[in-house]
Design a protein around this ligand. Structure first.
Ligand code: GLN
Length: 484
């Protein structure tokens, strides 16, 4: 079996003939079958991926292949791929087929990537553990009793096990970065507006971003350079030029800040804190300037996030009426019962909870008390980050307050589950880019993620710093046995 170690090496090996796209696809399919019980993929496009691999092998021979030739990509099941099913891991969209491809997918295909299948996730990307999927939870490949994180848990686990080389996920409050940290891979959430949301099934439109999950930082840079940039189908995409992130990974010495309140937060596990302190000491020893800055609103951010995202979700999910898409209750006999029964049976409990919460916070009489207040907090967080970026280039911290937890441990207590996103949510509220990279292991050998937040559209600097960090360490290559 080919040992994948990044897009750069892969391209060289494909060009020299050391490996072929066909054999890469077969390797991935073999791994998917071997670990089917982990429930990582909802569907594998086996035959189609093989046919495409053969076509791209030919292109490579002819010297006409794109930048991502032969890179095997998995898609989170909320990213549309024309003529393929997409369900957002929900019964309400079971057997629904995409009418068009997302812009991110179009761009990957144009560079000759091979799409291998769709990965399991929390229903409508609502969750932090992948336990909210209508098609069952995903198990963490490092320890099958544990969650892989969420909501892009299938995508993170697929990269960690070598079932694909790269995966796309979506991040509304941490759904790329938190599973990346739980599975020991790299996860990048771009600046809001860097990547088109066209073809991403909406959860909370002013937060959602598509981004890559990869084995290393360099791969994340490659994928980001391909999927970013202007798109006539999404008015919220920025027309800022896209840097060739992958070509400029030379090292930088960013000024680093730690957010005081983040390190003092009650729920922060001692093993994560110890790991972070160790990393900060190492950074200081190698000459980095590390400051501590004030971040006073931390405790309000999870509540503000859940007010705003549920409000947006209640509106976005109103289109799933039992009429236009997917599932329709067989017991319905008029318009009202079609809505009621289809939505009651089609949505899972967490999605229903959020639709009700979102409808409540938007209702007359409560709007000012909840929605408006949360909007004000959103502005304060952005202002706080703006202040911090006067003193520093990069904010560092843990990705999650804990390592991967056992399946079932938090599913009865939504607040405990929501608090798991405390460190990733601030970047989404402010629209800033964030990234999780492997930073070694905790007391029990489970991966810990280092979280970085940069200023708007500073992905290049963030990737350079992350790459520099990864060059100096080998944690991303030291996964437990059996894991790539
Ligand atoms: N866990 C968070 C939530 O449930 C984040 C989800 C996401 O980023 N899609 O909303």
């Amino acid at each position: 079996m080919y040992r994948y170690s990044g897009i750069v090496n892969l391209s060289a090996d494909l060009k020299s003939g050391a490996v072929s796209c066909i054999s890469l696809v077969s390797d991935c399919i073999l791994r998917i079958h071997e670990k089917q019980h982990l429930n990582i993929f909802l569907e594998v496009f086996e035959e189609e991926a093989k046919i495409r691999a053969a076509e791209i092998d030919l292109k490579i021979k002819q010297g006409s292949a794109g930048k991502l030739a032969g890179v095997v990509v998995a898609l989170k099941d909320n990213i549309c791929y024309k003529d393929h099913r997409v369900s957002a891991s929900s019964r309400i969209l079971e057997n629904f087929t995409s009418l068009y491809s997302s812009t991110a997918v179009e761009r990957l295909l144009a560079e000759d990537a091979i799409i291998i299948g769709r990965t399991n996730c929390d229903e409508f990307a609502m969750g932090s553990s992948n336990e909210n999927s209508a098609f069952g939870p995903v198990q963490n490949p490092i320890d099958e009793q544990l969650v892989p994180g969420g909501s892009s848990g299938g995508s993170a686990a697929a990269v960690a096990t070598g079932m694909c080389h790269v995966a796309l996920g979506s991040d509304t409050g941490g759904s790329i970065r938190q599973p990346a940290s739980f599975c020991g891979v790299v996860g990048l959430k771009p600046t809001y507006g860097r990547v088109s949301r066209w073809g991403l099934i909406a959860y909370a439109s002013s937060f959602d971003q598509i981004g890559p999950l990869t084995q290393n930082v360099e791969d994340a840079a490659w994928v980001l350079s391909v999927i970013s940039g202007k798109d006539e189908y999404d008015a919220t995409v920025s027309s800022q030029p896209v840097e060739a992130y992958h070509k400029n990974l030379t090292s930088v010495q960013p000024r680093i800040a730690l957010l005081k309140q983040c390190l003092e937060a009650e729920g922060l596990d001692s093993e994560i804190k110890a790991r972070l302190n160790f990393l900060v000491d190492e950074l200081k020893k190698s000459g980095f300037r590390v400051e501590s800055v004030d971040f006073p609103y931390l405790e309000y951010l999870v509540p503000a996030y859940y007010v705003l995202t549920t409000a947006e979700a209640s509106s976005n999910l109103s289109r799933f009426s039992g009429i236009h898409y997917g599932y329709r209750s067989a017991e319905a006999n008029d318009l009202e019962s079609t809505y009621k029964k289809s939505r009651s049976n089609g949505f899972g409990p967490e999605v229903k909870r959020r639709i009700m919460l979102g409808t409540f916070v938007l209702s007359a009489g409560y709007y000012d008390a909840y929605y408006l207040k949360a909007q004000k907090i959103r502005r304060l967080v952005a202002d706080d980050f703006a202040q911090a970026f006067k003193e520093c280039d990069l904010v560092l911290g843990p990705t999650s307050p804990t390592v991967a937890f056992p399946i079932g441990a938090k599913s009865a207590d939504p607040v405990q589950m929501y608090l798991n996103d405390i460190y990733t949510i601030p970047a989404n509220l402010a629209g800033l880019p964030g990234m999780s990279i492997p930073a070694g292991f905790g007391e029990h050998g489970l991966p810990v993620g280092l979280h970085m937040v940069g200023n708007y559209f500073s992905e290049e600097r963030m990737l350079r710093a992350a790459h520099h960090f990864q060059q100096a360490t080998d944690w991303h290559q030291r996964m437990p046995e059996g894991i790539v």
